[in-house]
Design a protein around this ligand. Structure first.
Ligand SMILES: Nc1nc2c(ncn2[C@@H]2O[C@H](COP(=O)(O)OP(=O)(O)OP(=O)(O)O)[C@@H](O)[C@H]2O)c(=O)[nH]1
Ligand SMILES: [Mg+2]
Length: 436
């Protein structure tokens, strides 16, 4: 048994997927998302089913009888791993593994595993390792209190992903050593991350002044495709969950020539392990500090509405509640269900419909963003000296000049300009009077 959970990797393993459903059942296709997750992690799905349960069993989650039947399926399909769509307690995992005699993983562990295999940048790697350890650590302590006879119990550790503590022997002593090592490593990781974060904060503050936009949304919504379509980013786009783990930022020229910064970042998913959200906060810093969020939705997905809710929940968790946001409905080219688009549009009337893949609607998106960038229009009277050409060029580029009066080396310009651009105009050395 001990060997089973030495590594939580599921690459190339034959997996049985189980979504345990309480009482009357859930709507939506939980198995579809779990399948996509398992395949993104590299597993081969050999069987999948929903398991109705009347109440969660504290020891085996689904109950002993159902666990025995699960064992039958494991044998029949020669499975190496059973993955639950639910989050299980360490004790439930241990009991289930004893019954089905293969490795058992829960949804959060699977997501953490995908993140571990995808992490490329130093920051992403550190963040994932920290999240894995933080998910593991309480499990390790809880394992501790549950164990009667420790010998032979593997423990719910993600040790495979943690260099140095993979060599586990049986017994209390080893578990105690593991706990101490994990705790030490967590402290070390947090310190390293702080250093990386400090560097990032410096980078972000250097970009101050430019209008910042961040594309957020459910994983696989098409965020990277959009960044590529609008800029020269060349980010990897894949029909897989969590293709992007870090943040890319590029300049984007809006209709009319105004330049903004556009970022693409890690995607969200329902029930994202909060350890992961916590350690990805720095990556999501771009979203937190953005002047505008583009909330991208894959409207060809039947679960689009639920995905919108999940994204809003994560946004609230990272402190973006109430941030300026523009809904972007993507993949309009792929909507199959009659009425799907109309239903969503009724609920989100201001959403811009696009296809990042075919380019449909990108012009409208640029205009909608430009309107947000400018803010409401104001009528201004601007006074400046004739020698300061910058003020007039700025007004010509970003506003609409109505009248110009020249006298004694100074100019008086009446113009319309977006509210958000007043600061930039002031910085150029203009005296401004707001007429209306
Ligand atoms: N039909 C269609 N497919 C699209 C569109 N935009 C993106 N896709 C496809 O959707 C899949 C995911 O696209 P990505 O751009 O990687 O999505 P993402 O939101 O960055 O995903 P993660 O980084 O994994 O969170 C790819 O297979 C894209 O080709 C679209 O407008 N129409
Ligand atoms: Mg992406």
């Amino acid at each position: 048994m001990e060997k089973l959970r030495e590594t939580l990797r599921v690459r190339k393993e034959r997996a049985i997927l189980v979504a345990a459903v309480l009482g009357g059942g859930r709507d939506g296709d939980d198995l579809a998302e779990l399948t996509a997750l398992a395949e993104s992690a590299g597993a081969v799905v050999v069987d999948r089913f929903q398991q109705k349960v009347h109440a969660i069993n504290p020891t085996t989650y689904i109950g002993k009888g159902k666990a025995d039947r699960l064992k039958g399926r494991v044998k029949r399909f020669r499975a190496d791993v059973v993955i639950f769509d639910n989050d299980l307690l360490p004790r439930q995992i241990r009991e289930l593994e004893e019954i089905v005699e293969v490795k058992v993983l829960d949804r959060s562990e699977l997501i953490l595993d995908i993140f571990a295999t995808r992490a490329k940048t130093k920051q992403a790697k550190l963040q994932v390792e920290l999240a894995q350890l933080e998910y593991t650590y309480p499990r390790l302590t809880r394992m501790w209190s549950h164990l009667d006879s420790v010998a032979g119990a593997g423990g719910g550790t993600a040790a495979g992903a943690v260099g140095g503590i993979g060599t586990r022997g049986p017994g209390e002593q080893q578990l105690e050593i593991d706990r101490r090592l994990v705790s030490k490593r967590i402290t070390q990781l947090k310190r390293e991350l702080e250093n990386v974060d400090r560097r990032r904060v410096r980078e972000i503050s250097r970009r101050k002044g430019l209008f910042k936009i961040c594309i957020v949304g459910y994983t696989n919504a098409g965020k990277s495709t959009l960044l590529n379509a609008l800029t020269d980013a060349e980010v990897v786009v894949e029909d897989r969950l969590f293709a992007t783990l870090d943040t890319r930022t590029r300049k984007w020229k809006l209709t009319g020539g105004a330049e903004v910064l556009l970022s693409d970042t890690v995607g969200f998913i329902k029930n994202l392990p909060h350890q992961l959200v916590a350690s990805f906060k720095a990556t999501l810093e771009e979203a937190i500090n953005a002047d505008l969020l583009l909330h991208m939705v894959d409207i060809s997905n039947p679960d689009a509405l639920k995905q919108i809710e999940s994204v809003n929940k994560v946004l609230a968790e990272i402190g973006c509640e109430g941030a300026p946001i523009l809904d972007v409905f993507n993949k309009v080219d792929a909507v199959k269900r009659v009425g799907q688009l109309e239903t969503l549009q009724t609920l989100h009337p201001d959403a811009v419909c696009i296809s990042a893949k075919t380019g449909l609607g990108l012009e409208q998106l640029s205009e909608a963003v430009l309107a947000r960038y400018k803010g409401g229009e104001l009528l201004l009277r601007v006074a400046t000296s004739q020698s300061n050409g910058k003020v007039q060029s700025f007004l010509r580029a970003y506003g609409r000049i109505i009248k110009e009066q020249y006298s004694d080396g100074s100019v008086l310009v009446d113009a319309r300009l977006g509210r958000n651009q007043l600061t930039d105009l002031k910085r150029l050395g203009a005296e401004i009077e707001i007429l209306s």
